[in-house]
Every structure is written in structure tokens, then in C-alpha cells.
Design a protein around this ligand. Structure first.
Ligand SMILES: CC(C)=CCNc1ncnc2c1ncn2[C@@H]1O[C@H](COP(=O)(O)O)[C@@H](O)[C@H]1O
Length: 219
């Protein structure tokens, strides 16, 4: 059993070294990055779709507002945000993940790293971020959204803005959180209110910049 799962102390030591090395490389890569926000969203967003176009705009406007733009480095919404940022001349960060199937970091990234461990990558997606833009997405996006919301709720990261783009996509989730989860007493109103739903890229980047200013001025 132990052998099958490869839980030997020797293997654990090697694993620990690999985890530490991955964190060290991530820290080094992003050390000195100027202010940044992270964009989450579906790996399957089709090029040219309204959600993809919103991602490109978020990337472009984010750069114009003085931010580096960080994504998971994959296709779809991640590519869109990197594309908008990179083509506008910005710092476009892609923190990719090694997957079973061959996948390269998208071509619009100019600062990159590929991770073996999801948890190390996730920390790096949050560590340098002064806000989170969430484009429509599936399980991965929902996981990232709720991870960030939990970190803010537990004060493990600053109360950086979390902005969901597209009322038609996100209002149903927010209604469920309000009518079911808040109603049951399992979250507070402030937890619900930390998720801001906006309808376009401009409003998203404004919400990130306003929230960031508010936090940095201590109000
Ligand atoms: C076509 C396909 C499934 C490619 C997977 N390739 C991926 N490359 C990089 N990050 C990813 C990938 N899939 C999921 N993620 C992570 O999970 C989120 C998207 O998951 P989803 O597509 O919403 O659930 C992204 O923000 C990203 O950080």
C-alpha cells in the first residue's frame, strides 16, 4: 500500500525539496513586480466571444491603469487577459501548470513559470495581487474565486477587491449566496458584499483601482 502510493520517507524528502524549490523559483520570478492584479476565468473561453473580448479589455485597461496582469497562463480567458496586456505593452504574467496533456503557456505572456504543484501556483497567483478579476468560468475558476474569498474572509490576504465580470453569468451565484448561504447564517453580509459584480472591463478595472486605493490609504 505504502509502496503503491509512494509514501516512503525518502520520497517525501525529495517531494519536500521539490516543493521548496518551486516556491523559491516563484518568489524569485515575481520579486520586484510592480502592482498587479490577477485574472481568473475559463480555459475554454472561445477566441472572439464576448467573454474573451472582455478579457482582452481587462488586460489592456489594467496595463493602462498601471498594473501588471497575472493569469494562470493557459488558453481561453487567461490568454485573453494576457493578450490585452501584452499587446498594450504591459507586464503580462503567466503562471502555468503542468497537466497530463501537453499544454504550453499562451503566447501573450512575457513573464512566465510552469508549476508542478497547484497549491504553490495558487499562492503565487495571490501573493503579488492587489485585486482579482473573475471572468466567467467553470470548476477551476470557481475554485479560485472561493479560495480568494476565503483568504480575504480569514484575513490571510488583504481585503483586495474581488470583481466578477458579467451580471448575466454571475448574478445567479450571488443570488444563491444571498438567499441560501447568507439566509442560513453561514456567511456574513460583508462576505457577500466583497464579491462585486460588474458588467464590463472598464468597471472591473475601476473597481480594482478604487478598492486598492481605499485599502492602501487605510480607509
Ligand atoms: C482546455 C483546458 C481544460 C485546458 C486546461 N488548461 C489550464 N491551463 C492553465 N490553468 C488552468 C487550466 N485549466 C484550469 N486552469 C485554472 O483554473 C481556471 C480555469 O478553470 P476552468 O476552465 O474555469 O475550469 C484558471 O483561472 C486557471 O488558473
Amino acid at each position: 500500500m505504502t509502496a503503491e502510493l509512494n509514501l516512503s520517507p525518502e520520497r517525501d524528502s525529495a517531494r519536500l525539496a521539490a516543493i521548496q524549490a518551486e516556491f523559491a523559483e516563484g518568489f524569485k520570478l515575481l520579486h520586484g513586480l510592480p502592482k498587479a492584479f490577477t485574472v481568473f476565468g475559463s480555459a475554454r473561453t472561445p477566441e472572439g466571444s464576448p467573454h474573451y473580448k472582455a478579457g482582452v479589455e481587462v488586460g489592456r485597461l489594467g496595463h493602462e491603469a498601471g498594473y501588471a496582469v497575472i493569469t494562470g497562463g493557459g488558453p481561453g480567458a487567461m490568454e485573453a487577459a494576457n493578450r490585452g496586456c501584452r499587446l498594450a505593452g504591459g507586464k503580462s504574467v503567466g503562471l502555468g501548470i503542468t497537466l497530463e496533456w501537453e499544454q504550453k503557456i499562451n503566447q501573450y505572456v512575457n513573464i512566465e513559470m510552469t508549476f508542478r504543484y497547484f497549491f504553490a501556483r495558487k499562492m503565487m497567483l495571490v501573493k503579488h495581487s492587489q485585486g482579482f478579476v473573475v471572468l466567467p468560468g467553470g470548476l477551476g475558476t470557481l475554485d479560485e474565486l472561493f479560495e480568494v474569498a476565503t483568504l480575504v474572509q480569514c484575513m490571510k490576504t488583504g481585503a483586495w477587491p474581488i470583481v466578477l465580470v458579467g451580471g448575466e453569468y454571475w448574478d445567479g451565484l450571488k443570488d444563491w449566496l444571498k438567499n441560501t448561504v447568507l439566509e442560513a447564517g453561514y456567511i456574513d453580509l460583508k462576505d457577500l458584499n466583497m464579491l462585486q459584480v460588474v458588467d464590463d472591463a472598464e468597471a472591473a478595472v475601476d473597481a480594482i483601482a478604487n478598492g486598492g486605493r481605499r485599502i492602501l490609504s487605510g480607509v
